[in-house]
Write a protein that binds this ligand. Sequence first.
Ligand code: ADP
Length: 162
Amino acid sequence: MTRAIYPGTFDPVTFGHLDIIKRSANLFDELIVGVLNNTSKSPLFSVEERVNMLKETTKDIATIRVESFRGLLVDFVKETDASVVVRGLRAITDFEYELQLAQTNHVLYPIVDTMFLTAKLEYSYLSSTIVREVATFGGDISKFVPEEIAIRMYDKCGITKL
Ligand code: ADP
C-alpha cells in the first residue's frame, strides 16, 4: 500500500491543484492532501476554511483524505506513515525551490521521495496568488477555481457579484 502526501497552502485551491490531486490519486492507494497551517504566511483563508474547501472539491474521490499539519513536512510524512511527497511543477521558476525542498526532505528522512507532476499546460500560469489578486479587484475567476470556491473568494474579499 503506497500512501502519498500532496502538501501545500491551498489559499485557495485552484484548478491547477485539483488537476494534480486527481492525477496523483490515480497513482497511489491513498493520497493525503496536507494543508499547511503556517502562521508566518498570513493566509487569506483560515486553515479550517482551506481544509473544508478541499474536502468539498475532492469529495467524489474515495481514496483522498484532507488534513492540516504544522511544522516540518517530514514529521507529517512520518506521522501518517507515507512514503511519497507529490509536488506540482509549473515552470522553471518552481524548479530551484522544489529541488532544494525535495533534497532537504530526503536528507532529513531518507525513506521519503518526492514525485513531481508537471502542470497541465492550461494551468501552468495559475497560482493561488493570481486568484487572490484578480478576486480582490472583482475580476472573473471562473477559469481558475470551481464555482463554490469563487463564491467564497468574493465573499471573503467583500465583493458582490450579480
Ligand atoms: P506552496 O505555498 O507550498 O507553494 P501551493 O498551495 O501554492 O503551496 O502549491 C502546492 C503545490 O501545488 C506546489 O507543488 C505547487 O507547485 C503546486 N501547484 C500550484 N499551482 C499549480 C498549478 N497551477 N498546476 C500544477 N501545480 C500547481
